[in-house]
Design a protein around this ligand. Structure first.
Ligand SMILES: [Zn+2]
Length: 299
């Protein structure tokens, strides 16, 4: 059991469970764009009608971090806990859930799952490097990932305070949230095998709404909004640990080398992704999915 009471695979410590709470929303978005543009025309056409679901899928179960973000909930804990399962367990479970959806919802469900696969591929490709930096005392992983997001924004020609990191998370329909509730209800069988959660669409609506609100506060050009975010982190007792998620004016040059290395890992992971996604649509999960979201094989 993890510290939160959430069942996790054996060999996972309290400390590693906490460390999985990672933002990098902008990196996941950039990665998803790179992968999508390299897909075969037929797979692109299959995803295209459901782009809002694909784009939300890019954030994987990080979405659940934002469900009632000011207190610990079983659903919120599931967001981090799922990162400790192998990609095979999580993506396999999602594919089963898609197959159980009404036929008219299955393409939409698959678009979300393919976005989720992108989340897995990027997390598992980058996380070992971030962990090594953290272990070497460079900074905590939130600061490293936060700096990477800012570096990406500037490389893309933007500026941190005028770039909305969640502007791509729009356009979801009420029926999309029904699909998401069904998928997460199935995933909760992994996290809570004895008493799976009964996800309702309003839970996912709430997580999505708070994901947008929280990220707007963390990245706002308005000082008072960022001050509210600082107070919120202080009240939750996590300011020191999580201050790296707050945007600042420009990336810290001390992190440029790390960000370049992370970008190289991102691009490598984008190169492998189209073939992996094609295989997933055939329910073919290669040994690549044996690792967890941190890039290590669960015991
Ligand atoms: Zn994640």
């Amino acid at each position: 059991m993890g510290f939160s009471g959430l069942p996790v695979p054996s060999g996972v410590s309290h400390a590693t469970e906490v460390s999985y709470i990672m933002p990098s929303n902008y990196a996941h978005r950039i990665y998803g764009d790179a992968v999508y543009s390299a897909l075969s025309p037929s797979l692109m056409q299959r995803i295209e009608p459901y782009m809002p679901l694909f784009r939300l899928g890019l954030h994987g179960s990080d979405l659940l971090f934002y469900y009632q973000p000011f207190r610990k909930t079983p659903l919120g804990r599931m967001g981090s806990g799922l990162h400790h399962f192998s990609g095979r367990a999580v993506i396999g479970c999602l594919l089963e859930a898609v197959d159980d959806l009404p036929e008219e919802q299955q393409d939409a469900g698959m678009a979300y799952v393919l976005g989720f696969v992108c989340h897995y591929l990027l997390d598992s490709a980058c996380r070992p490097y971030v962990d090594r930096l953290e272990a070497a005392g460079k900074a905590n992983h939130l600061a490293i990932e936060g700096e990477f997001d800012l570096w990406l924004i500037v490389e893309e020609g933007g500026t941190p305070f005028t770039t909305d990191p969640v502007s791509h998370l729009t356009g979801l329909l009420p029926e999309d949230f029904e699909i998401l509730a069904a998928l997460y209800a199935r995933l909760s069988r992994l996290s809570y095998p004895d008493a799976p959660l009964k996800e309702r669409p309003e839970h996912i609506v709430s997580a999505h709404k708070w994901m947008v609100i929280v990220n707007h506060f963390f990245s706002s050009p308005r000082l008072w909004r960022r001050a509210v975010a600082v107070v919120g982190l202080m009240l939750s007792g996590t300011y020191e640990k999580r201050k790296g998620v707050l945007y600042h004016k420009s990336p810290d040059p001390a992190f440029e080398g790390c960000s370049r290395q992370l970008y190289a890992l991102l691009m490598d992971a984008a190169t492998e992704a189209p073939a992996v996604l094609e295989a997933v649509t055939r329910r073919d999960l290669s040994p690549r999915f044996d690792a967890d979201f941190g890039g290590t094989i669960p015991k």
